[in-house]
Write a protein that binds this ligand. Structure first.
Ligand SMILES: NC(=O)c1ccc[n+]([C@@H]2O[C@H](COP(=O)([O-])OP(=O)(O)OC[C@H]3O[C@@H](n4cnc5c(N)ncnc54)[C@H](OP(=O)(O)O)[C@@H]3O)[C@@H](O)[C@H]2O)c1
Length: 389
């Protein structure tokens, strides 16, 4: 039943501390007015996304009401909106619409604002992340049950942007470095899309574990040197462009870098596709895996048979959603470990383009932020940061 206007009107409460005055908005009788970025059909974000408002009643029983703090815009979210991603968003009429709608976004961090009497293991004020893909995180508030959430046990020293981006990119990099080949300190790996969220995480984790990295990025008209320096400051040993890699003298350069070829390149990571993958694979040591986890260029890979027959290079894939479903406890450990490294300043978070989402934010600003993710050469990942909602 829709709450009356009087009940849902918002009260402003002023909380005083000795040094600051904070304004906090509390909905009357615990009702929350949620704003949600939704789609009812698949298509380009600019064509299908719209902002929808609905009311959330106070939680009872097993229910928790959460308020989002930060939610990134990942490439897979766009593919999901386009209808070309294997995991489909959940279309529902439970958000007070006559026709089914789905909420965009898969990753994020939220705060528990209230809970029903049967909820165990979560308290008001706890930060939570989503257990699985498909939750729909581009929204100010949601109501759900505990099984869909993972509590962040220690949020001290962490910002919402850091916690809201921990579960996809860093965990993907972590698993790919650990699960395909037994890399030893001093071993090399080679990756493309090195300035992506996953790429940056792989550089840093690799450095931490003693591996050396050859990092491929696309040449930028402006800011290229700054990007190279940025990746080196994360721990990248070598940063080259895809054109460098394709050049005739790259093999000689690589020989010099790897001590005459005596230091093996034992793993390749690919999120781009196309002929670039062949140029990477031919530098791998015999019997090494090349792991594909993304396809940003949308170009297929054509494999020279010699790589399979004579060098026994294996081409494999990784999908963090599948891994997380199969290993929920290890996923929690991975998240906790990355957050601990972040807290200690050992793991740097990704550059972001913040999109502030407050009560007055217009639909067009939010939709444009999602659409903009499709453009390359960005300065950072788009992330919704929720303010006074
Ligand atoms: N399989 C999994 O479990 C998994 C998990 C996480 C991510 N992913 C995938 O990994 C990829 C990177 O994700 P992310 O979140 O790390 O990315 P991100 O931080 O949003 O960065 C996007 C990256 O893609 C590059 N890029 C964009 N358009 C490109 C194009 N047309 N050709 C070549 N490169 C292009 C960008 O390079 P420029 O700066 O040069 O534009 C940048 O390096 C995506 O495909 C994503 O779906 C997969």
């Amino acid at each position: 039943m829709a709450p009356s206007r009087a009940i849902t009107s918002t009260l402003k409460t002023t909380l005083r501390t000795p040094t600051t005055i904070q304004r906090r908005c509390i909905s009357a009788y615990g009702y929350e007015q949620a704003k949600v970025l939704v789609l009812s059909n698949y298509g380009e974000p600019k064509d299908v996304l719209r902002l929808h408002g609905h009311s959330i009643s106070p939680p009872t029983g097993d229910l928790l009401t959460i308020k989002f703090l930060a939610a990134p815009i990942n490439p897979a979210d766009i593919n999901q909106i386009q209808g070309v991603y294997p995991t489909k968003p959940t279309f529902t009429t439970s958000l007070s619409t006559p026709d089914p709608i789905a909420v965009g976004g898969n990753e994020g961090v939220a705060e528990v604002v209230s809970k029903g009497g049967n909820v165990k293991g979560f308290e008001r004020g706890d930060w939570v992340i989503m257990k699985k893909q498909g939750f729909g995180t581009w929204r100010t508030h949601a109501q759900t049950t505990a099984e869909n959430l993972v509590a962040i046990k220690n949020k001290d020293g962490l910002r919402p942007e850091q916690v809201g981006t921990v579960s996809v990119n860093p965990c993907t990099a972590y698993r790919m470095l650990k699960d395909f080949v037994d890399l030893r300190p001093g071993d090399w790996f080679i990756q493309n899309g090195a300035n992506s969220g996953v790429g940056r995480a792989a550089i840093q984790l690799g450095k931490l574990w003693g591996y050396r990295s050859i990092n491929i990025v696309r040449k930028r008209e402006t800011g290229h040197e700054a990007l190279v320096e940025d990746l080196k400051s994360l721990g990248a040993d070598v940063v080259v462009t895809d054109e460098d890699l394709a050049s005739k003298d790259f093999r000689d350069q690589l020989k010099t870098l790897t001590n005459g070829g005596r230091e093996p390149i034992r793993l390749g990571l690919n999120c781009v596709g196309g002929s670039l993958v062949n140029n990477m694979a031919k530098h791998l040591s015999p019997s090494s895996p090349l792991v594909t986890y993304g396809a940003m260029s949308k170009q297929p890979v054509q494999l020279p048979m010699g790589l399979l027959i004579f060098k026994n290079i294996s081409f494999q894939g990784f999908w963090v959603s599948r891994w997380s479903d199969a290993h929920p406890e290890e996923k929690e450990k991975c998240v906790a470990e990355i957050l601990d490294l972040t807290r200690r300043g050992v793991f740097r978070d990704i550059p972001t383009e913040r999109v502030e989402w407050g009560r007055g934010t217009k639909e067009g600003e939010l939709v444009q932020a999602v659409q903009g993710t499709l453009e390359g050469y960005r300065s950072g990942k788009g992330i919704f940061v929720f303010g006074d909602t």
